[in-house]
Write a protein that binds this ligand. Structure first.
Ligand code: ZN
Ligand code: ZN
Length: 277
C-alpha cells in the first residue's frame, strides 16, 4: 500500500513560512493499491491532490469522510472531478441521528456557504452512509466505528489483507478516563488500531494545552503515544497538528515526548510524505 499525506494540519489551514516543513493544509490522506485510490477526508489538502491529477491512473474515486467538521470537508467543493461528467465518485461518511449524510453535506455545499449545490455536480455521484461496519472496496477491507469526538465521528481501519493502516485523525480517547490508557475494552478506537502497521492519530496538543482543552475532541501527544502503545502498532504518525504550532514547535514537542523510548517508530506527519507499507 502507498500512503500520501496531502494535508496534516488540524482545525484550520495554516499556510506560511512557519509551517513549510510539516505543512499547513487540513486533513487529506490517500491510500492506494493496484487500480484503487482511497481518499481519507477532504480538507484543504484534497485540492492539491486534485491539482496534480493524482486520481488519473485509478478507476472510480472513493472519498471517505471521518466526520463533517469543516477542516475535513472544506476541500470538497474544490475537488475538480465533481464537475467532470466522466467521473464516478463514491462519497462515504456518517449520517447524524436527525439528518442523512447528503443533507449534512448540503449544509456546506449550498449558498450562502458555497455557490454550487450538490445537485449541480456533473459527475456520477454515489453517497454511502457509514456507521459501524466493514465494507469492501477492492482490494481494501475498510472497517469503521464511532470514536470519541464531538458529533458523529468515524475512525477507519484499512487493510489489503496483508498490511493495515488505521486513521483516527480527530480522537480524544482519554476523555473521561481517570487514568489513560485504560483497558482495551474501555478505550475508544482500540479495535480499529490494534496491531496496525501504521496508525495515523490525532496529536494536537502538548500536555499543558490539553488540560485547558479537555472535551474539545483532541489528544495530547502523550495520549497518542499511550494509545499507540496499548494498540501495539508498528508505526505512529502524529497528525492533526495544532494551527498554533510552528515547525520549530513541533520538533521541540517531538524531542520532549518521543525521545526514542518507544517500541514503535514515531513520526510527525508531514505534508507531501509518500510512504510504502
Ligand atoms: Zn479536525
Ligand atoms: Zn473534528
Amino acid at each position: 500500500m502507498k500512503v500520501v499525506f496531502w494535508g496534516t494540519r488540524g482545525s484550520i489551514a495554516t499556510v506560511g513560512a512557519q509551517t513549510q516543513v510539516y505543512g499547513g493544509n487540513t486533513p487529506c490522506v490517500s491510500i492506494e493499491k493496484d487500480q484503487t485510490l482511497l481518499i481519507l477526508d477532504a480538507g484543504s489538502g484534497i485540492r492539491r491532490l486534485a491539482d496534480q491529477g493524482y486520481y488519473k491512473d485509478f478507476g472510480d474515486i472513493h472519498i471517505l469522510l471521518t466526520h463533517l467538521h469543516m477542516d475535513h470537508i472544506q476541500g470538497l467543493g474544490f475537488f475538480n472531478m465533481f464537475f467532470d461528467p466522466q467521473a464516478e465518485i463514491h462519497l462515504w461518511g456518517p449520517p447524524s441521528t436527525s439528518a442523512t449524510l447528503k443533507m449534512r453535506l448540503h449544509r456546506y455545499l449550498s449558498p450562502p456557504l458555497f455557490p454550487v449545490r450538490i445537485r449541480d455536480f456533473n459527475c456520477t455521484l454515489h453517497i454511502h452512509e457509514v456507521t459501524q461496519e466493514t465494507f469492501y472496496i477492492e482490494p481494501f477491507y475498510v472497517a469503521t466505528n464511532f470514536i470519541l469526538h464531538p458529533g458523529p465521528t468515524l475512525g477507519f481501519r484499512v487493510s489489503d489483507g496483508d498490511k493495515v493502516v488505521a486513521y483516527l485523525p480527530d480522537h480524544e480517547p482519554a476523555l473521561g478516563a481517570r487514568h489513560f490508557p485504560q483497558s482495551p475494552d474501555w478505550t475508544s478506537g482500540f479495535a480499529l488500531a490494534q496491531n496496525a502497521d501504521m496508525l495515523i492519530h490525532d496529536a494536537q496538543y502538548s500536555d499543558e494545552e490539553y488540560t485547558e482543552r479537555q472535551g474539545w475532541g483532541h489528544s495530547s501527544i502523550n495520549h497518542a503515544l499511550a494509545f499507540a502503545e496499548l494498540a501495539r502498532v508498528k508505526r505512529l504518525e502524529l497528525f492533526h497538528h495544532d494551527p498554533s504550532h510552528s515547525d520549530e514547535d513541533l520538533e521541540r514537542l517531538y524531542s520532549q515526548h518521543v525521545n526514542g523510548q518507544w517500541d514503535f517508530k514515531v513520526f510527525l506527519a508531514k505534508e507531501d510524505a509518500t510512504l510504502e507499507i
